[in-house]
Every structure is written in structure tokens, then in C-alpha cells.
Design a binder for this molecule. Structure first.
Ligand code: HEM
Length: 133
């Protein structure tokens, strides 16, 4: 019996599945760690990024339409509530999205894939805003 419930037309499939997602998340945090333009974004995160890497990877797997790796480990993400301790306005949102865009470019995503993924991420990142600009 087929027990794979993942969506074959998902973002997850579009980017190339599990290994590709792990590469994307790792590139995202590498850039956040390395690039001066992401200094303030980096400063919100823990000194050691291993936990952040794992959590974003687990979360995005399900969010992109692949296997839900987050909920079995941590329960409901309550994503917006979890971001309330951090002051997030348009600038922080855009830095986060730019970091993701540069990661996709580094990994040679097609222009079309970059657009599709960025548009979807925009909605979630924008929803995370919790301070007026
Ligand atoms: C809008 C700009 C964003 C900022 C400034 C931001 C910042 C942060 C920070 C500082 C943390 C806590 C450090 C950590 O636990 O790793 C965090 C956690 C997390 N973020 Fe974001 N984030 C943003 C957008 C997003 C988006 C768009 C997603 C998903 C699509 C996301 C998913 C997560 C997840 C899954 C966690 C871990 C939650 C947990 O289990 O504790 N974030 N974020």
C-alpha cells in the first residue's frame, strides 16, 4: 500500500525533495552567518545555529507539501506566536526573504522556481510581522 501522502505537485517536489531542502536550509543559515548584510537577522538567533537549521528543515518539509517532520517532534509550530519574542517588521521580513533568495541562487535554482518559492514564502514571512515600521 502506498503510505506516501506527499503531494507530487508540491514545492517540495519542485525543489527536488529532502536532500535539496536540507541543502537550501544549510545554505540559508551559512549565508546568515557569513554575510554582513544579515548581521541583525543573525543577532536574533542563537550563537550555535544547529537547532535552527534542524527546526527550519523539519518545518519546511511539511510546509512545502513533503513529509511533516516538525509536528511529531515538537507539536504544533504556532509559528507566529513563536516569533513574537523577536521584533519583526518589513525590514526583518525582507532580510529573511533575501537570505532565502540568495541561497536559491547559490544552489542554481531556475528563475521560475525562485519566483514560485519566494512568493509562497512571502505570505508566511509577512504574516510574521509583529511591529509597525
Ligand atoms: C519574517 C522574518 C523572520 C525572522 C526575522 C525570523 C526569525 C526567527 C528567529 C530569531 C527564530 C528563533 C531561533 C530559532 O529557534 O532558530 C526563528 C525560529 C523559527 N522560524 Fe523564523 N523568522 C522569520 C520568518 C520565518 C518563516 C517565513 C518561516 C517559515 C516559513 C520561519 C520558520 C521558523 C521556524 C520553524 C523556527 C523554529 C521554531 C521553533 O520550533 O522554535 N521563520 N525564526
Amino acid at each position: 500500500m502506498d503510505t506516501d501522502n506527499s503531494d507530487k505537485n508540491s514545492l517540495y517536489e519542485l525543489i527536488g525533495g529532502d536532500a535539496a531542502l536540507r541543502l537550501l536550509v544549510d545554505r540559508f543559515y551559512d549565508l546568515m552567518d557569513l554575510e554582513p548584510e544579515f548581521k541583525s537577522l543573525r543577532a536574533m538567533h542563537p550563537a550555535v545555529l544547529d537547532g535552527s537549521r534542524d527546526k527550519l528543515y523539519f518545518f519546511l518539509s511539511g510546509w512545502m507539501g513533503g513529509p511533516d517532520l516538525y509536528t511529531p517532534r515538537f507539536g504544533n509550530a504556532f509559528l507566529r506566536a513563536r516569533h513574537l519574542p523577536f521584533k519583526i517588521g518589513s525590514q526583518e521580513r525582507d532580510e529573511w526573504l533575501t537570505c532565502m533568495l540568495l541561497s536559491m541562487r547559490d544552489l542554481n535554482y531556475s528563475e521560475q522556481t525562485q519566483d514560485v518559492l519566494l512568493n509562497c514564502l512571502f505570505g508566511t514571512a509577512d504574516w510574521m510581522r509583529n511591529k509597525t515600521d
